[in-house]
Structures are given as structure tokens and as C-alpha cells.
Design a protein around this ligand. Structure first.
Ligand SMILES: *Cc1c(COP(=O)(O)O)cnc(C)c1O
Length: 351
């Protein structure tokens, strides 16, 4: 294989396969919705979505309509695509044209969806969102009774069909998550009393879908674990059985005394605050990252030579750490490390 130019972001689709297999086996009989917001957490929708479908994933969670459009462009075929950010009537119209399923968490949006859908031959497929405590949109519990009554009326009129009820939880404390689940179950009971028959209930993201079987319901929405990003402060990747899909790779450009310079910096997405805090991977084992500049960084250069490749984070041998290990050093989460890799860094799909 010819050497690839750097900086580059390797996307290991075999690792994605393996992670999806672990997710699927862990959450079954619940189904998996692969979350692909932020261009598949920086890994690239065009590569990730076809591979996920080939591995049996039948649900993609796309956040907004532009992301869903990229999903539809990447694959033709039998996949259900869910969006939950619909800021305008134009978004709703395009969502329906793209045959998306719509997460709806407020009364105005529900009526807007019904209005746009009435002009079409088929009802809009809606997943009603209950706010179970995160306060990131969703019908408030005190408004849920009116919401499901209104949704039932719109179903009767043929404008919508309620196929799902869902919520999002913090996954930071078991106690808060338990409270959220109790609120979710109350909302589900009200939903059925209103005469709605949603076939899909979904609540958990990566962490709860692994750790809390009772949170799986019919469908889990998994992003981080599919990309091999474990939770900050939680179980390790090894314990979860997942491995990094993305790997950020640079090259030694010069040796300067004991230091080596590499061709990657904060403009490529490496947080400058990581200087002095992490090790990068090399063919000769881990080396300390000394400082991060705009387009160049310095590492401990022992036994390195110009042309040697350096893995800033991700999989592979050589002592590179994973995105979550980096994130923990600077008080953020692994998702933030992978999604901030600049779009200007070419994605290189492996194998
Ligand atoms: C991002 C997101 C997820 C996936 O979360 P992970 O922790 O990355 O698995 C699930 N649901 C919603 C609504 C999200 O925004």
C-alpha cells in the first residue's frame, strides 16, 4: 500500500462492524438506531452509513434534515431515518419528501407537521417526545395529556401517524435516569389511554443501553459506542468490548534536538490544551505530546526520524490513547474530540 499523506483521519470500518456487532448483541431484542449527527461524529456519513446498513442496522438517527439528506444520498434502500431538529416549515416539507420520521416535542411543531402533511398522500410518521427531566425540548409532563389527545385527533384526520414515543436522558446518575424512566412510563400509559398505538419506545443512548437493560425498550439510539468512544469516567473500551473507529494520524516533519515536530495542530482539531498532557503513538511506542501549535506540534523525538507516522489518538499499535482518554485530561467528552477533527483533514476509509 502506498503511504498516505497526513494529516489524515483513518476510519476503520472493520472496527465499526465489530462495535455494531457488540452493540446489537448487547441490546437485543431491542433494535439499534445509529446516530450520525455531526457527520457521523466526524467519521463521515458517506462511509459509515453504507457499512452500518450492510451490517444490518435498519435505523439511522440524523438529528436534522441536512444530515438526513446526506444519509439518503449515501444509501438507497430500506432504512428508517429519524430527525428531531425541525426549525422551519421548509425543513418539515423536505423531511416528508425524504420520507423521514419526525421527532416532535412541542404543540406548535405538531400542528405545523400536520399542516404540511395534509397536502400529501401519506401521513407524517411522528415520534412524540416527552421531556423526562433534561429540559432539552420535549412536551412537559403536565402538557403530555393534551399532546397525545391532539395527536390522536390528527391521526384520525389522516395527517399524522404516531409511530413512536421517546425521550433523552442524561446518563450521568442512575437515580436521575430512574426518575426519567418512571416519567417515561407514565407518559406511555397516557399515550395508550389516548388511543395511540406507537410501536416504538426509545429512551437510551450508548451508556444506558449497555448498563441498564430496562432502559432499552424497542430501540436504542447509539452514537458514541458504535464509534468506539467509551464514556468519560465510565467503563473502559476494553470492558465494553469496543474499539476506536477513528484514528488521527500525522507525520514527523523535522527533528530538533530532543524534540520532533509533527504536521498537525489546533487548526486540524487537536485541542491546544492537550500540550504536555497526553502521549501519542509511534512505531517506537508512546511519546509525550509537548505542545500544540496551529499547524505543527512538538513531541518527544527520541529515536524518531522525519517521515515517521504519529497517531494523535485512536486505534492501532504504538501507544496512542483513545479520544475519551484525551477528553478526560481537559474536562470534556470523547465525542467532542472526534467531532472537532477539522473537515479539512481528509477522511481515509480502511480497509
Ligand atoms: C447524540 C444523541 C444520542 C447518542 O448518544 P451517545 O451517547 O453518543 O450514544 C442519542 N439520542 C439523542 C437524542 C442524541 O442527541
Amino acid at each position: 500500500m502506498t503511504p498516505r499523506s497526513t494529516p489524515r483521519f483513518d476510519v476503520d470500518l472493520d472496527a465499526l462492524d465489530a462495535n455494531l456487532a457488540v452493540v446489537g448483541a448487547t441490546v437485543m431484542p431491542a433494535a439499534t438506531m445509529l446516530i450520525v449527527k455531526d457527520d457521523a461524529y466526524g467519521h463521515g456519513i458517506a462511509a459509515v452509513v453504507p457499512r452500518a446498513l450492510a451490517r444490518g442496522v435498519r435505523w439511522i438517527g440524523a438529528f436534522d434534515v441536512p444530515t438526513a439528506r446526506a444519509v439518503r444520498d449515501a444509501v438507497a434502500g430500506d432504512v428508517r431515518v429519524f430527525v428531531w431538529m425541525l426549525p422551519s416549515s421548509d425543513d418539515i416539507a423536505e423531511a416528508l419528501a425524504l420520507d423521514l420520521e419526525l421527532g416532535v416535542g412541542d404543540a406548535e411543531l405538531l400542528d405545523d407537521v400536520a399542516r404540511v402533511a395534509r397536502d400529501r398522500a401519506t401521513p407524517a410518521r411522528v415520534h412524540l417526545k416527552i421531556d423526562t427531566g433534561l429540559h432539552r425540548n420535549g412536551f412537559r409532563p403536565e402538557d403530555w395529556g393534551a399532546a397525545v389527545a391532539r395527536a390522536r385527533q390528527l391521526e384520525r384526520e389522516g395527517a399524522i401517524r404516531v409511530v413512536g414515543v421517546w425521550s433523552h436522558i442524561a446518563e450521568a446518575s442512575d437515580r436521575d435516569d430512574d426518575d426519567a424512566r418512571a416519567a417515561f412510563d407514565v407518559a406511555l400509559a397516557q399515550t395508550h389511554r389516548a388511543g395511540l398505538t406507537p410501536e416504538l419506545r426509545h429512551l437510551a443512548a450508548s451508556s444506558a443501553s449497555f448498563a441498564r437493560p430496562e432502559f432499552r425498550y424497542d430501540l436504542v439510539r447509539v452514537g458514541a459506542f458504535a464509534y468506539g468512544v467509551p464514556p468519560a469516567g465510565g467503563p473502559t473500551a476494553e470492558a465494553l468490548g469496543i474499539r476506536p473507529v477513528g484514528r488521527l494520524v500525522g507525520t514527523v516533519t523535522a527533528i530538533d534536538g530532543d524534540d520532533a515536530q509533527i504536521d498537525m495542530g489546533s487548526l486540524h482539531g487537536v485541542p491546544s490544551t492537550l500540550g504536555g498532557l497526553i502521549s501519542v503513538g509511534t512505531g517506537d511506542g508512546p511519546r509525550r505530546l509537548l505542545s500544540v501549535g496551529l499547524t505543527q506540534s512538538r513531541i518527544d523525538g527520541r529515536a524518531l526520524a522525519p517521515g515517521d507516522e504519529v497517531v494523535v489518538f485512536g486505534g492501532g499499535a504504538g501507544g496512542a490513547e483513545n479520544a475519551t482518554a484525551l477528553a478526560e485530561r481537559i474536562g470534556t467528552i470523547g465525542e467532542e474530540i472526534v467531532t472537532r477533527v477539522s473537515p479539512r483533514v481528509p477522511r481515509n476509509t480502511l480497509p
